[in-house]
Write a protein that binds this ligand. Structure first.
Ligand code: ADP
Length: 401
């Protein structure tokens, strides 16, 4: 996948994905339609269809020159080896055609990759943001029957074969609800475009990280875990082989703890030099390097600042805030982030003490646009907490992984 920012759009059959994507195109998005590409690479007269016929016999081409989809389906159905042969032909063609379309998009385009089976295929982490059109199953069945003339049993059977609504929702950075009137869906698409997609594209293009903001504590949200999983997967995919592990850290990783509504993740690397090669792929995934943040505050147990170097990125999405701390695997800062998280998870008294401090600090800096002062106020507590957390690690046999 090229290092170009892309937005993913998906939805179960009949949810209204095509309706949403048409609106995005009207608003100015560049649409890359996965289903259309999949048809195009085996269209009548294509190289792809020729190769499919070589592999499975000339009878897979109908008298009209089109691929006989039912015949191909019957060949690969329940035969994984033959399915692999088919995918071996189509997948590279789909990938190169997709890359071609993405490369053709203008420099300020918002590229929307529209794929019905994104969650089924597990490709959601390629996208800097995934929007899901979410519609109740009964509504979808009714629309498929009424507007597409599908028999009800067929509509239900197709829905059964797809991912569940819950699986798609877990993949969603933005949910578009479509149980109401079409205008209500379109209004949500318009807001998504203006409030998130356009600023996200601009922030990435201008390498502008979304940071700061007054330190407002949010009550812990049951959606934080799924959000974190999406972000961890996105960072891991962008970092590729340079990643020695991506972990959820910080307050949102401690269940039950109120926190600033910002997801912190730690990307472990072998050497900070590796980050140079990650800047572009991470940018395409929606994370912007903040060069001036390059170290953690050294703790007394290891005061050498060289051991506490890091790199730092922040998300470009103005709504779903993210911070990515890149630290060398095995370094004191890497260990510390994991240790404090696990200690706070395990020790209710320490958690309560930390929460009191957070409340005091956020009250002190309420309305202060500079969250760094809030962070600085908490620093002495973390310094003092370090030996306590290490003592806990010693007594429990805790190790970083
Ligand atoms: P998908 O691409 O997700 O399968 P579509 O966008 O084609 O779904 O929508 C399925 C059908 O439902 C279409 O005929 C569409 O016109 C209709 N539809 C979409 N949204 C609404 C809505 N809010 N109210 C009524 N009909 C709708």
């Amino acid at each position: 996948m090229s290092d170009v920012l892309q937005i993913g759009l998906t939805g179960g059959i009949g949810a209204g994905k095509s309706t949403a994507s048409r609106r995005l195109v009207e608003l100015g998005a560049t649409l890359v339609d996965a289903d259309a590409i999949a048809r195009e690479v085996v269209a009548k007269g294509s190289v792809g269809l020729e190769r499919v016929a070589e592999a499975f016999g000339p009878e897979v081409i109908g008298p009209d020159g089109e691929m006989d989809r039912a015949k191909v389906a019957s060949i690969v159905f329940a035969d994984d080896a033959r399915l692999a042969v088919l995918n071996g032909i189509t997948h590279p063609l789909i990938a190169s055609r997709t890359a071609e379309l993405v490369a053709q998009a203008g420099p300020e385009s918002v590229i929307v990759y529209d794929a019905a089976l994104m969650v089924e295929q597990g490709t959601q982490s390629r996208f800097a943001l995934v929007a899901v059109v979410d519609t109740e199953e009964e509504t979808r069945v009714r629309r498929l029957v009424e507007s597409r003339g599908l028999p009800e049993a067929d509509a239900r059977a197709r829905i059964r074969k797809q991912a569940t609504d819950a699986q798609r929702r877990a993949a969603a950075d933005a949910v578009l609800h479509n149980d109401g009137a079409p205008e209500e869906l379109l209004a949500q698409v318009d807001r998504l475009w203006a409030e998130r997609l356009v600023p996200l594209e601009e922030n990435v293009r201008l390498r502008r990280a979304v940071r700061g903001g007054a330190p407002v504590l949010a009550e812990p949200d049951p959606g934080w875990a799924a959000r974190c999983e999406r972000i961890v997967a996105r960072v891991a995919r962008a970092a590729g082989e340079a990643s020695l592990g991506v972990a959820h850290i910080g307050s949102t990783a401690v269940p039950g703890l109120p926190a600033k509504d910002v997801t912190d993740v730690q990307l472990a690397v072998g050497s900070l030099d590796a980050v140079d090669g990650l800047v572009e792929p991470l940018l395409a995934a929606g994370f912007v390097l903040v060069p001036e943040i390059d170290h953690d505050h050294p703790k007394a147990a290891d005061p050498d600042p060289a051991h506490w170097r890091k790199r730092f990125l922040a998300g470009a999405d103005p709504v779903q805030r993210v911070q990515v701390h890149v630290r060398v695997h095995g370094s004191p800062g890497w260990r510390y982030a994991l240790l404090v998280r696990d200690w706070l998870r395990a020790d209710a008294a320490a958690r309560a003490e930390y929460l009191r401090l957070k409340r005091t600090a956020s009250a002190e800096f309420a309305g202060d646009p500079d969250a760094d002062r809030y962070v600085a106020l908490k620093e002495p507590w973390f310094d003092a907490a370090h030996p306590r957390a290490e003592a806990w690690a010693e007594s429990t046999g805790w190790t970083p992984e």
